[in-house]
Design a protein around this ligand. Structure first.
Ligand code: AMP
Ligand code: MG
Length: 471
C-alpha cells in the first residue's frame, strides 16, 4: 500500500495566500463511500485510502507525510454584496497530487473544522449536504460537465448543530485547483499586484498552459470561454446552481460549490430553488447574465495586469467580455441542437428549439423526460398537459438523429426528491439508496431497466420546491 505522493504548489505561494493549519480531528470516522475510479485516475492507492491511515486522512485525524494542510483565503460578491474577506471556513486543502496522466489535483477536506475564515461558522458539514455534493458533482462528471469531484465521504461520529442536531460528515473534494474569481478579487481589492501576478501565473499553469505566463488578457479570454461553455451545459441539463457568487465561480471553468443547487423537474425558465435566493438573482434563465457580471469582476481585478495604461486595460477587458455572448451562443446551439438530434443548425433551428421550450413551459413538461422520450421515439407528448402542443411542434421538427439525442439527453438525473430520499435513508444509517443512486448516475445516458424508477418525475407529495445550503 502506498500513501499519496504530494507536491504542493499552492503551499509554495507566499503566506498571505492562506493559513496553514491541520484539520480538526473527529471522534469516530467511518467511510461512507470511496470513489475508486477517481482514485485510480488520480494515481491514488484505493487500498491505502481504505486503510486506517487512509481513513485518518479522509477524516482529518492524521496527515500522511507530504501533506501540508492549509485554508485558502479569498473574497467575493455574495448576492451582489461585497465581502472583502472570505476563505475556506470549513475546509482544508491537504495538498496536491499529480496523476498518471500528469494532471494535478487538489485534495481538499470539506467540513474539516474551523479556520481563521470561519467567521460565525463551526467549520463542519452535515451529512445531508455532503451526500448531496457527492451525488450531484459525480453526476455532473458523468454528464460531461466540468466540475469539482468527490473522492470520498466519511461520517464523523459527531453531531453538528443546525436548525436541529444532524450527523456530521466530511467530503473529500478534489479539483484541478480551488481558485475562484474571488481569489483574484481578494488581492486586487488590497491592490496587492504582486500577489495578483503570482496568482495569475499559478492559475495559468494549472488551467491554461497554452496561455503565456503573465498574459492576463489571454487568461481572461480563456476563463470567459470556459465559463460561457460551462453555463450553456448547465442550461442543457436544467441545472440551477443557486449560489453563483464570485467566490463560487471557478477560474478553471469548473462547477464548484454544490449548495442549494437543483435540477428542474418541470421546465420553467423562471425557476428558483434556493431558500436564500429571495430576489431570484440566480434564477435558471438568468444564469448567463449573472456569470457575465461575475466575469466582469474578474476582469476588473486583472486590469493593472492587462495594461499599465488604464484606458487601454479597460477597453481590452470590455472586448474580452463582449466575446462571452458568442461563446455562450455557440455552445448553447451545440447543446440544444444535439438535444433535438441535430448535428448543426442555424436561426430556423434555434427558433424551433425556443418554440419547444415555450411549449414545455406552458405545459409543465418535465425537462429531462421530454428530451429522453424524444431520443426513444415515444412518449414525449405524454409529458405535456396538452399533448397536442407537442404534436404540432413534432410536425415542424420532423425528427432528429437518435444516436445524437441519446448521447445528449440523460435518462437519469439527480432529481431532488431522489437525492432527498437518499439523504433521509443515510441519516438512518442506510446508505443503500445513496449507493444505488450513484451507480445509476454513473451511466446516465444508458437505458437500464433496473433503474427505471429513478426516471420518474416527483409526485405532488415528493416535489421539492426549495433547497437549502444547510452546510
Ligand atoms: P458558501 O455559501 O458555501 O459559498 O460559503 C460562503 C462562505 O461561508 C465561505 O467562506 C465558507 O467557508 C463559509 N462557511 C460556510 N459554511 C460554514 C461553516 N459551517 N463553518 C465555517 N464557515 C462556513
Ligand atoms: Mg463557496
Amino acid at each position: 500500500m502506498i500513501s499519496p505522493s504530494f507536491d504542493n504548489s499552492y503551499a509554495r505561494l507566499p503566506e498571505r495566500f492562506y493559513t496553514k493549519l491541520p484539520p480538526k480531528p473527529v471522534a469516530a470516522p467511518a467511510l461512507i463511500s470511496l470513489n475508486t475510479g477517481l482514485a485510480a485516475q488520480m494515481g491514488l492507492d484505493a487500498e491505502w485510502l481504505r486503510s486506517d491511515d487512509g481513513l485518518a486522512m479522509l477524516a482529518g485525524n492524521a496527515m500522511p507525510d507530504g501533506a501540508d494542510p492549509l485554508a485558502q483565503v479569498y473574497a467575493g460578491h455574495q448576492f451582489g454584496g461585497w465581502s472583502p474577506q472570505l476563505g475556506d471556513g470549513r475546509a482544508n486543502v491537504l495538498g496536491e497530487v499529480v496523476g498518471p496522466d500528469a494532471a494535478r489535483w487538489d485534495i481538499q477536506l470539506k467540513g474539516s473544522g474551523p479556520t481563521p475564515y470561519s467567521r460565525m461558522g463551526d467549520g463542519r458539514a452535515g451529512l445531508g449536504p455532503v451526500m448531496r455534493e457527492y451525488i450531484v458533482s459525480e453526476a455532473m462528471q458523468a454528464f460531461g460537465v466540468p466540475t469539482t469531484r468527490a473522492l470520498a465521504a466519511v461520517s464523523t461520529g459527531e453531531r453538528v448543530q443546525r436548525e436541529t442536531g444532524l450527523p456530521g460528515a466530511i467530503l473529500t473534494r478534489v479539483a484541478r485547483s480551488h481558485i475562484r474569481v474571488g481569489t483574484f478579487q481578494y488581492f486586487a481589492a488590497r491592490d496587492d499586484q504582486e500577489a495578483v501576478s503570482l496568482l495569475l501565473d499559478h492559475a495559468i499553469t494549472r488551467h491554461y498552459p497554452q496561455v503565456a505566463q503573465g498574459d492576463a488578457l489571454g487568461f481572461l479570454d480563456a476563463v470567459i470561454k470556459a465559463q460561457a461553455e460551462l453555463v450553456a451545459k448547465w442550461m442543457g441539463l436544467g441545472f440551477i446552481h443557486g449560489v453563483m457568487n464570485t467566490d463560487n465561480t471557478h477560474v478553471g471553468g469548473l462547477t464548484i460549490d454544490y449548495g442549494p443547487c437543483a435540477f428542474m423537474d418541470a421546465y420553467h425558465p423562471a425557476t428558483v430553488f434556493s431558500s436564500i435566493d429571495q430576489q431570484g438573482r440566480y434564477v435558471y434563465q438568468g444564469q448567463p447574465e449573472v456569470l457575465v457580471w461575475n466575469l466582469a469582476q474578474l476582469a476588473s481585478s486583472l486590469l493593472p495586469q492587462i495594461d499599465e495604461d488604464s484606458d487601454k486595460a479597460v477597453s481590452a477587458a470590455r472586448n474580452a467580455l463582449e466575446a462571452f455572448g458568442g461563446h455562450y451562443t455557440a455552445e448553447w446551439k451545440r447543446v440544444f441542437f444535439a438535444k433535438v438530434g441535430f448535428a448543426t443548425g442555424g436561426d430556423a433551428q434555434v427558433a424551433l428549439v425556443q418554440d419547444l421550450l415555450t411549449r414545455m413551459a406552458d405545459n409543465q413538461a418535465d425537462f429531462t423526460r421530454v428530451f429522453r422520450a424524444m431520443a426513444r421515439g415515444r412518449g414525449a407528448r405524454d409529458e405535456f398537459v396538452d399533448p397536442t402542443s407537442f404534436d404540432a411542434w413534432e410536425v415542424e421538427w420532423g425528427g432528429g438523429d437518435e444516436a445524437i439525442m441519446r448521447a445528449a439527453n440523460p435518462a437519469i438525473i439527480p432529481r431532488n426528491h431522489r437525492v432527498e430520499e437518499a439523504i433521509q435513508a443515510g441519516m438512518q444509517g442506510d446508505y443503500a439508496p445513496f449507493h444505488r443512486l450513484n451507480d445509476a448516475l454513473a451511466a446516465p445516458f444508458e437505458d437500464r431497466a433496473e433503474f427505471d424508477d429513478l426516471e420518474t418525475a416527483p409526485s405532488e407529495q415528493q416535489l421539492v420546491r426549495q433547497t437549502f445550503c444547510g452546510t
